[in-house]
Design a protein around this ligand. Sequence first.
Ligand code: GDP
Ligand code: MG
Length: 180
Amino acid sequence: MSLQNRTLLKVIVLGDSGVGKTSLMNQYVHMKFSQQYKATIGADFVTKELQIDERNVTLQIWDTAGQERFQSLGVAFYRGADCCVLVYDVNVLKSFDDLDNWHEEFLKQANPTDPRTFPFILLGNKIDLDGGNSRVVSEKKAKDWCASKENIPYFETSAKEDINVDEAFHCIAKTALANE
Ligand code: GDP
Ligand code: MG
């Protein structure tokens, strides 16, 4: 594919450690899933090329290499972000409760021109776990949170079973592009 007329979109992925951020990216970009817990991927970002409404888009997806503590992510991480993906684990209440902090932290650090229209997306991951029996956050609860935050789009995903991963990242690209 030609490199001409490519739109580069920077996407950053935030959320508590262990919710599956790296796994979602791996599933989306490399079509792979690993049970092994790896705190670091050894790179700041991965890229994926796709087409959105006949436009060639390169998604540059930035992951946290295990520094999921507030204030430890550098300025370069947030600079020029076009979309922020927030991830929680539907089986871990704390990861849902922490979403407000991640949302706030992003707005503080990235300081977008218009915080009210800046595109966020929420992913509720690990819906496959224990056949859904260990789930503690309902879809309604998550959607209510999204509604309280300028109607953030919401997807329920499984990086392990490859459920909704493509759909979510497609929406991420579309949303980021629309905000360009
Ligand atoms: P991160 O810290 O947010 O990057 O989380 P990881 O991607 O490293 O995943 C943490 C652990 O959860 C790993 O052991 C993964 O294999 C596992 N994991 C990630 N996504 C899923 C999922 O959708 N379903 C299940 N069952 N396990 C997952
Ligand atoms: Mg990770």
